[in-house]
Design a protein around this ligand. Structure first.
Ligand code: ZN
Length: 60
């Protein structure tokens, strides 16, 4: 089996990223997020996330 090592470049983690299923708060579509969905926070699919970006830039 061929395994692709290229997952975007930069951050490389050991093992696959754990994905959690969630329902988009906007369109209702089922999506997967790389974090545990917080019931107090809306979760958006990739399409809707474009329209609901946080107003302040992300910090690391
Ligand atoms: Zn959506």
């Amino acid at each position: 089996m061929n395994q692709r090592r290229n997952d975007g470049g930069g951050f490389r983690s050991s093992g696959p990223r754990e994905m959690h299923k969630a329902k988009c708060s906007d369109c209702g579509k089922e999506t997967e997020v790389p974090f545990v969905p917080d019931p107090d926070r809306p979760v958006y699919c990739r399409d809707c996330y474009q329209n609901h970006r946080p107003s302040r830039p992300q910090r690391y």
